[in-house]
Ligand binder design. Structure first.
Ligand SMILES: NC(=O)c1ccc[n+]([C@@H]2O[C@H](COP(=O)([O-])OP(=O)(O)OC[C@H]3O[C@@H](n4cnc5c(N)ncnc54)[C@H](O)[C@@H]3O)[C@@H](O)[C@H]2O)c1
Length: 211
């Protein structure tokens, strides 16, 4: 089913998920598409369309049961299961991600972090992880049953790291390096570039009226 759902919808499902968690925490048992849309600044028609991709959960006049909707989205996004994650690049970003508790709360467990710099290998992070030598990537990721690889090395090293991940059987990659990876095998890759978000925001500010 996931193959048929457009990527922007999948991204919005993750946003609905976060919103539903907060609604449930505040004791809300049902929510309408209109309410969800207002909370998230998304049109109610878009919310209904997104949620219709995985069956009809809403009831006219009542809306969606928050718990049931949360569970349904969790199923689709693979949130119900846990995922083992490795990070390559124990620099500013890699260490910050490895130490970020929010990832494991969401089911994404950083099991290992690698680097190729001898000065970094063996270093102990705040969360107790020890930086491993990239040379042992395949062996360690197999032992720790890693599913997801995160690339936080400089742009010039990212392709080489992606190639190692591919040949070691990693199932999906999140790439923070500002470079387009060439991935011959068909595995999913998500590119994250915070500067694009800044650009989008500065564009919106500069095109606002009265600026
Ligand atoms: N996408 C974003 O939003 C975003 C934000 C910040 C940084 N970045 C990018 O993330 C990357 C890391 O940034 P940083 O500030 O953490 O850099 P950094 O220099 O602090 O860390 C990079 C680390 O990668 C290691 N490394 C280099 N080549 C390697 C290789 N071939 N194999 C294994 N390890 C290797 C280095 O030893 C170092 O520890 C950069 O590409 C940067 O442009 C992206």
């Amino acid at each position: 089913m996931e193959g048929k759902i457009p990527k922007p919808t999948i991204k919005r499902l993750a946003v609905y998920y976060r919103c539903l968690e907060n609604l449930i925490k505040s004791g809300k048992e049902t929510v309408s598409s209109q309410e969800l849309g207002t909370y998230l600044n998304i049109k109610a028609s878009q919310v209904r369309k997104d949620l219709s991709y995985f069956g009809e959960f809403g009831k006219r006049g009542i809306g969606y049961q928050t718990r049931r909707l949360l569970d349904g989205i969790a199923e689709i996004l693979g949130i119900k299961r846990t995922w083992n994650v490795c990070i390559v690049g124990a620099g500013n970003l890699g260490i910050a991600l490895a130490n970020y508790p929010g990832l494991s709360k969401g089911g994404y467990h950083v099991k290992v972090i690698f680097d190729n710099n001898p000065a970094k290998i063996g270093m102990k992070l705040q969360n107790g992880l020890i930086v491993e030598d990239l040379k042992n990537f395949e062996k360690v990721t197999k032992e720790k049953e890693i599913h997801i690889g995160v690339i936080t090395v400089p742009a010039e090293s990212a392709q080489q790291v992606a190639d190692i991940m591919l040949s070691s059987g990693i199932k999906g990659i999140i790439n923070f390096a500002p470079v387009k990876l060439s991935i011959p095998k068909k595995i999913p890759v998500e590119e994250i570039d915070i500067s694009l978000t800044f650009r989008a925001l500065s564009f919106q500010i500069s095109t606002q009226k009265n600026q």
